[in-house]
Design a protein around this ligand. Sequence first.
Ligand code: GAR
Length: 265
Amino acid sequence: MHNNDSNSGRAQDNIRIVVLISGGGSNLQAIIDNCQSGVIECQSGFIKSQTGFIENQPGIIESQSETVGTQSSHNVTRVSASIELVISNRPGVYGLERSKQAGIDSLCIDHKQYPSREDFDAALITAIKSTKPDLVVLSGFMRILTPEFVNNFHGRLLNIHPSLLPKYPGLHTHQRAIEAGDSEAGVTVHFVTAELDGGPAIIQARVPVLKNDDADALAARVLEQEHKIYPTAISWFAEGRLSLTNGKAMLDNEILPPQGFDYQG
Ligand code: GAR
């Protein structure tokens, strides 16, 4: 269906982002904070060197306009990113308040007002497309999407999921990790495909599961990492370094490993 190159992977002057939420929006806040002044910033970007990935300095995201040899020899251009619209499927959530405080357009499309999943997704598609987005970011958006929705934004639709995918797709990820006796848990950012939480992974961060952890304690530890890796993945996309090509997540023209880039924050 979608075997060829996606629209992503190309640096543009400004990347227009739509963010979909269902709740408190702490990941939205991390993205807002990293898009301030219209220039996406990242706590820890990565530059690819001949010997592998090396950590970039904190600061404004700069994209490489030529193949990178060493850190000192690459050309850089700034890429700006703007959140054009935030959409919640639930009324009254704090994420909508965060958008308002940041001066970002927001709206609620309440899924309960639609007779079917298809009707709700059609309304969502129309609202998103009106902003002509380059990237659609699911940020704690707790809805299963129709294939129609996913196909509309193929290659420019990202999700964050609080587990080390492919482990624990779906709900209650932290409780399931604890009950399984896992020694580590984490979070994955991935491209969205029709398979629930099953699209190609882009980046993962790991945290230890501690002896007395309950689901809330573990969730809080994972969330700290979420706030780092989502802006990182978005900055890669904005720089034109990240794409979904022939069904594979690619960074700097190389296929990422099945579990994505291993983030060491
Ligand atoms: C985050 O932990 C995110 O990973 C999770 O919902 C939370 C939203 O928090 N997403 C999923 O479970 C999607 N399957 P936030 O509203 O504070 O960003």
